[in-house]
Design a protein around this ligand. Sequence first.
Ligand code: ATP
Ligand code: MG
Length: 366
Amino acid sequence: GSSSRPKYRLTILPGDGIGPEISKVALDVLCCISSEEGIDFEVQEKLLGGAAIDALGTPLPDDTLEACKDSDAVLLAAIGGYQWDNNEPHLRPERGLLGLRAGMGVFANLRPAVVLPQLVDSSTLKREVAEGVDIMVVRELTGGIYFGQPKGFGKNSNGEQIGFNTEVYSVSEIDRIARVAFEIARKRRGQLCSVDKANVLEASQLWRQTMTIVAKDFPDVELTHMLVDNAAMQLIRNPKQFDTIVTNNIFGDILSDEASMLTGSIGMLPSACVKNSGPGLFEPIHGSAPDIAGQDKANPLAMILSVAMLLKYGLGEVKAAERIEKAVIQTLDNGFRTGDIMSAGKKLVGCTAIGQEVIRAIQANH
Ligand code: ATP
Ligand code: MG
């Protein structure tokens, strides 16, 4: 009936800097795909980061966290800016994001790194090496050396001051990230490379063992193992060999940044933080870009591709997601570029205009 509850309830967090501009474009794209595909969304907007500090005196209002936990998926633009950089730690925008991730219990960070043929010259790699790169890095986000106990400062037996951290993983923590990664690899090209340091670290030995056990439940996925030092090298030498990579928190932190920098286009890359069930958090990898905020210059394509990830990995609406991805590629094929990805012979447009081109391309293709 006409009064029935919408199929999906989404929360959008525009945040700071260019966040509101790219959020507006993302909402227009959501609205378009909703009418094209007949998917009913209800979207509520909430405060996070600097915007929440200014309005409510906290980077993560309770109302925001509750709304996010009650949603089917959450779309975040970007947070942060110079005006909050000297605040006390509990009044920094970044605290809001960390608190949101923890509060939502999302333990898997998905970071695609794709070199689009239209932007191959933005890559930091030689054309032959960059062409065709399409990698998904799955990073464990809530365990490992960033959280392991014991940690702290102390004295060694010589009385010298020391600082120490502990890399800890339980079988269940490895098992659940493994299952997320295998499911993703299964939907991609069926190859999963688990990255560890099993020649030195016990936690990595357990990681490798557990990955191998979980692999038995995914006979259609080919599991390989690689040491992290080799993986860092192979990502630059021959990135095309990788499909899906799964790794722990610290190695994933480093390798996902390395992989994304191979593409050379920060304004193009989406990401997601998910768990097995419950809402995921979808956001561009770039920051709030305060240097270009409010000028309609920002590239909204990473945000639009975050909407596509939300549809694909958050709601299972694969067709709608693929229509958005195709429209982004079509827009680039049509020659439209924002300043950050501009090159000779292309048409320079702003945030709003390139968003409208994506919408036109969605409507033109079924
Ligand atoms: P973080 O907030 O994650 O620490 P940062 O401050 O290191 O990020 P960004 O805010 O991502 O970095 O900005 C880095 C540079 O990239 C800036 O010059 C910014 O203008 C540019 N940039 C980032 N995102 C975009 C975008 N969507 N479109 C155009 N330029 C962008
Ligand atoms: Mg920043």
